[in-house]
Design a binder for this molecule. Structure first.
Ligand SMILES: Nc1ncnc2c1ncn2[C@@H]1O[C@H](COP(=O)(O)OP(=O)(O)OP(=O)(O)O)[C@@H](O)[C@H]1O
Ligand SMILES: O=c1ccn([C@@H]2O[C@H](COP(=O)(O)O)[C@@H](O)[C@H]2O)c(=O)[nH]1
Length: 249
């Protein structure tokens, strides 16, 4: 394990669904507090951290569309769910002394600042954790795409996807018992084999911008910092062989 983190600036995508803990819906504050502690650990390593949180613990637009409702309105509701989650994470971070700011893709000045690439970069340079709320601000997208987009905009070295499972498998491990877990994959293979750990738009954007994606379990306490230090269980999605060698060393 290396003491020097191998990434200087990262975006962490946090599963919205993970925030509900065992409740089945909404926010379990103890889970948010634990994720905040993991982010604090990464900051203590000197890594600049941007965060995108999903909304699956509260609302997904497809839920409306599948019942014959208006998809765009459903997606607006989903994006608002991500703002709620972002405000919860900011509260948990501030509580433990980590400077954090929420920047929303949808203007709501009474609640938080609006996103701009310039402001986000300035806050990150100043060492604040920047929480990107409201997804991309557009319907028909997901927070995975928002995470890849923000990672490209702020020049992140890697996109960490903290999700319900500990890596990318040959099939959804929650549905297929004998699914095989991969340590390393290329973006191209993830897309070609339709490995649905992230939506295709997010993978494509990361690939075009040479951003590695690191998939790990958000439930693993200390997992984020461990991977930053070169240890920890994860799948690395990267097209740059030299980069993969560096991970191995
Ligand atoms: N090939 C695969 N490898 C790993 N997980 C997979 C694969 N295919 C599907 N999955 C499933 O994808 C899930 C992650 O998808 P998704 O991004 O929708 O959830 P999330 O990370 O909880 O995000 P959110 O709740 O914010 O939408 C995993 O929990 C896993 O069950
Ligand atoms: O850019 C975006 C991001 C999200 N949405 C809507 O929000 C929900 C929640 O996000 P998840 O990524 O599924 O956690 C999503 O289902 C969409 O309905 C969006 O419209 N645009």
């Amino acid at each position: 394990m290396s003491a020097t983190p191998r990434y200087r600036r990262v975006v962490l995508k946090v599963s919205g669904e993970a925030l509900m803990g065992s409740q089945g819906f909404g926010i379990d504050v103890s889970v948010v507090d634990r994720i905040a502690a993991d982010i604090a650990e990464a900051r203590a390593l000197g890594v600049e951290v941007g965060v995108v949180i999903g909304g699956g613990n509260i609302f997904r637009g497809v839920a409306v569309a599948s019942k014959g409702g208006d998809r765009v309105t459903g997606d607006h509701m989903g994006m608002l769910a991500t703002v709620i989650n972002s405000l919860a994470l900011r509260t948990s971070l501030v509580k433990i002394g980590v400077e954090a700011v929420v920047l929303s893709a949808i203007a709501m000045p009474e609640l938080c600042e609006s996103f701009s690439q310039r402001q986000a970069t300035a806050y990150m340079n100043a060492g604040k954790v920047v929480i990107f709320a409201g997804g991309t601000g557009n319907p028909f997208f997901t927070t995975d795409s928002a995470a890849a987009l923000r990672a490209a905009e702020i020049g992140a070295d890697a996109l960490f996807k903290g999700t319900q499972v500990d890596g990318v498998y040959s099939a959804d491990p929650l549905k297929t018992k004998d699914a095989v877990r991969y340590d390393r994959l290329t973006h191209e293979r993830v897309m070609r084999e339709g490995l649905r750990i992230m939506d295709t738009a997010a993978i494509a954007l990361a690939r075009e911008n040479n951003i590695p994606i690191i998939v790990f379990s958000i439930h693993e306490e200390g997992g984020f910092a461990a991977i930053l230090k070169g240890a920890g269980r994860c799948t690395i999605v990267d097209d740059d062989p030299a980069d993969l060698d560096a991970v191995k060393a």
